[in-house]
Each structure stands twice: as C-alpha cells, then as structure tokens.
Design a binder for this molecule. Structure first.
Ligand SMILES: C[S@@+](CC[C@H](N)C(=O)[O-])C[C@H]1O[C@@H](n2cnc3c(N)ncnc32)[C@H](O)[C@@H]1O
Length: 256
C-alpha cells in the first residue's frame, strides 16, 4: 500500500478509535471467531488487519502463538494495551500486501475485511498470495469479506447512496451511529462516512473501500493456490446465499 494510502487508513482509525472500539465490540461475530479458534486450538495463528485486537484476544485463548498485524499505528496502540496480559501474542506494524515473515501458520484470520482498504486489484491479489504463502501445507485462511448482496448494493448506489443510523447500548453508555455509503458499480468502490455521537462528544471520518464480488473472490483464492472449503452467510455458520446473505465469509485451505 502506498504511504499516503496507509496514512489515510491510520487517520481514519485514529479519529474514530474510541467509538469504533465500542461499535465493533457490538458486531456480533465474537462467537464465530471463538468457535473457529477452538477448531485450531494449539496451532500458530496469524491475524491480518488485527485492528484493536478484539478478535486477537479470542484467538489467543486457544492458540500457542498469535501474530497480529496491522498497518495502523493508532489501532496497534489500542491493541497493545488490550493484549498486554497475553504473552502468546506478538503485534506487528506491517502491510499485509508485502508480508514476508519467517514463520508459517496453521490458521490465518481476517475479521471485518482488511482487504476493503486495499483499492488496487494488484495489491489485493498480492495480499492474498502473501497470506497463502504464510500457511503451512494443510493450513486454513478465513476471511470475512466486504461483500454486498444485490439488494444491499442497490441501496448504496448514486445519487443518494444509503444512509443508516442506530443507537447502541454500550458499556460506556448510548452511542449514536450514522453511516453513509455511496458505491460505484464500475469501480467496485464505495465512499463511507461514519459519524458517532455520545454523551460527551462526537467524531466523524470517511474512507474509501473496495468490495469483493463473490465470483472474483473464488477466482482470487484459486489463483493464490487455495481451495475453498466453506462459505457462510452470517456469524452463525449459515450456508451462504447470493441473494439473501448479509455477509460472505470464506474458508480456504492450502493443499499439502
Ligand atoms: C475494519 S478494520 C477490522 C479490524 C479488526 N480485524 C476487527 O475485526 O476489529 C480493518 C483493519 O485492517 C487494517 N488494514 C488495512 N489495510 C491493511 C494492510 N494493507 N495491512 C495490514 N492491515 C491493514 C486497518 O488498519 C484496520 O485496522
């Protein structure tokens, strides 16, 4: 990722670090990742785009070692604090598109799609290939991809895009979340603006994101030498449906 793009990602998360943490704690995917971690208990795990370390904690509970990397120093500062009590976690400031570690992993995890910040298709492909290269033979990659079903995507198209809002009851009180997504089919990209209001303050920031097409993701996994073994549509392991699923989560493995 270019330095200016990495700085933009870091700025987004630095501005929103506090409400983002509260919002992502309410994401509802914790059981999913804990279940996955238990399947690979005792193995070495790599987490891509680990952010503030909320999924890292779940992985650390069963893994011998977790290497958790992120391109944002602001995110890693929060993660360092959160994970201080886990001696089996190593945090790395790194770009997953150019990753070259000396270790190989039984499980590689990408929660809440870090690929969304990689806009250039060549970098996205490079990152998937780097991930595949860091798996032991027989190791698995699980990616919670940024993907929209046709109805969700149609709602985000011009001219207005999609505005949504909700109020979350968090451990710090009520958090009002407003989101505005505007996507372009031709570029497979969106501009997303989030604003958060809470009792004593507010914060707002925007980022550009690229979403996956389901067929494209399959193709890229194959291209990276991986074999897709499961595709779920939500965090309850419901099989994926192209029209109805709210999410696209894939599991692929590196053949021995
Ligand atoms: C939507 S957040 C998800 C954070 C975390 N996985 C979670 O579920 O809470 C995406 C994360 O990917 C990171 N990221 C974006 N591009 C990256 C890159 N090229 N290499 C490593 N991390 C990246 C961002 O800094 C951010 O922390």
């Amino acid at each position: 990722m270019e330095r200016s793009a990495a700085r933009a990602v870091d700025t987004y998360y630095r501005v929103l670090r506090w409400p983002y943490q509260l919002e992502s704690d309410a994401r509802g995917d914790q059981q999913f990742w804990a279940h996955l971690a238990a399947r690979f208990a005792g193995g070495r795990v790599l987490e891509l785009g680990a952010g503030q370390g909320r999924v890292t904690e779940l992985l650390a509970a069963t893994a011998t070692e977790v290497v958790a990397l992120d391109i944002s120093p602001a995110m890693l500062r929060v993660a360092r604090h959160r994970l201080a009590a886990w001696p089996n976690v190593r945090l790395l400031l790194a770009d997953m598109a150019v990753l070259a570690l000396h270790q190989r992993f039984l499980l590689i995890v990408a929660a809440n799609d870090p690929w969304s910040h990689l806009l250039d298709p060549a970098l996205r492909r490079a990152a998937l290939q780097r991930a595949a290269a860091h798996l032991v033979p027989g190791g698995h990659l699980v990616l919670d991809a940024l993907w929209f079903n046709p109805t969700a995507l149609a709602a985000k198209l011009p001219p207005a895009g999609e505005r949504s809002e909700c109020v979350l009851a968090t451990r710090q009180g009520r958090l009002h979340v407003r989101a505005h997504w505007r996507c372009q089919l031709e570029r497979q990209e969106c501009e997303a603006t989030y604003s958060y209001h809470w009792a004593s303050g507010w914060a707002m920031a925007s980022f550009r994101a690229r979403y996956w097409l389901a067929a494209e993701l399959s193709q890229e996994l194959t291209q990276a030498g991986l074999v897709e073994v499961a595709r779920w549509g939500d965090y309850h392991f419901t099989p994926w449906h192209p029209d109805r699923s709210p999410h696209l989560i894939v599991e692929a493995y590196r053949p021995p």
